[in-house]
Design a protein around this ligand. Structure first.
Ligand code: HEC
Length: 141
């Protein structure tokens, strides 16, 4: 009595499997679309930073200070680069210039590079994601 029913399910499963195959084909086609640039990947990864950091010009009308300073034009700037932001003494006195190496080290482990920094972020441990974020930061001119 149960047999025709299980045959039905077997056929249903088979047709699902077949349509999944088609789905795979489609996503393969989609994968051949141009991949995201490093900067675009960084813009996405920056979501983890955007909860605390604006990327807007702090001098522009309507700018509101978030938990952290704006990262507008941070690449190449000295630590504590937003004059209206109340940095920790640790950050202000670090003497760092934000180049590729210092940004990479800070994003990987903020407390290691600037002990007692107020940036409450454990660090981005993935080197590729850090490189993408830094590439994105350099576009903020
Ligand atoms: C929980 C909030 C928070 C998150 C998340 C966060 N930051 Fe920060 N960030 C801060 C604060 C606060 C400071 C100021 C630290 C100080 O004064 O010691 C800061 C400072 C910085 C500075 C130094 C800026 C300057 O003007 O010298 C950089 C660069 C920076 N953050 C990058 C990042 C990046 C990139 C990410 C994401 C991977 C990130 N931050 C995530 C809060 C955050």
């Amino acid at each position: 009595m149960l047999r025709p029913v299980s045959l039905f399910f077997a056929l249903a499963a088979l047709s699902v499997a077949t349509s999944c195959g088609d789905g795979g084909q489609t996503s393969q086609n989609r994968a051949s679309a141009p991949p995201l640039t490093l900067e675009e990947q960084g813009r996405k990864a920056f979501a983890a930073c955007a909860i605390c950091h604006s990327v807007k010009d702090p001098g522009a009308p309507g700018y509101t200070t978030m938990v952290g300073p704006s990262l507008f034009r941070v690449a190449g700037a000295p630590a504590g680069h937003v004059s209206s932001y109340n940095y920790s003494n640790a950050m202000r006195e670090s003497g760092l210039i934000w180049d590729d190496a210092t940004l990479d080290a800070f994003i990987e482990n903020p407390q290691m590079i600037v002990p007692r920094s107020r940036m409450a972020f454990a660090g981005e441990k993935n080197a590729e994601r850090r490189a993408a974020i830094i590439a994105y930061l350099k576009t903020l001119e």
